[in-house]
Design a protein around this ligand. Sequence first.
Ligand code: PGA
Length: 249
Amino acid sequence: MKKLIVANFKMNTTPSEFKAYAMTLATKAKGSKNNIVVCPPYTHLCVAKEILSGSKVEYGAQNISDEENGALTGEISANMIKDLGAEYVIIGHSERRTKFKENDKLINRKIKTALANGLKVVLCVGESMQTRAAKQALTFVRKQLDDDLKGIYENELESVVIAYEPIWAIGSGKNVTSKDIQKMVEAIKKEIEYLYSDKASKKISIIYGGGVTLINYKKVLSLEFLNGALIGGTCLDVDDFTVIAKENY
Ligand code: PGA
């Protein structure tokens, strides 16, 4: 099955380092059956355009402003990244939600802005350990979806991928089981059915992120109810990332 493999560089690498990375990845990824997307820092997108245009590898950003333009020092808009050939944007990553205090209202506006500019959205949702311990994980994530997707039309969901990233598993993959992922995927599908339709719930793409490494990627990506993976730490080594991106699942 063809999977979506998304690399989240977070705030790592320089543009020069990324150039070498992108050249290697573009060459090595040839012939891969999967959809491969790299999301480096904004400063690398010019390099991505130069190296990855016309290759098998698509690229995107890790964030955008909710506004189109204006007096917003330091912000980057959807049409700026689109102009550089970005196809995707990650929205609502837990690091943005917790460290930068992004709430669901802002995330909802960012999704609308991204879609209005023709970008595909990787919407991250996921619960903290505390929420999980309180047995509220499914309810919490369903509420996130409810708020984040408010006012998004069913036909626009084609451009939205849901990334389930339990916060407690990011950077470690600690103790997350296939059963945990399956339960959450089912809850996400139920919520999409409730918010939209049975058809929408069957069509929605759901990927998993949080501690996917060379050790566990086969197990995660062979789960037939998952459409792919969002990979942080392990994506930084181009050889490791290529192994995951090239596999037939
Ligand atoms: P990780 O990060 O693969 O290092 O756990 C995933 C993410 O935060 O998107």
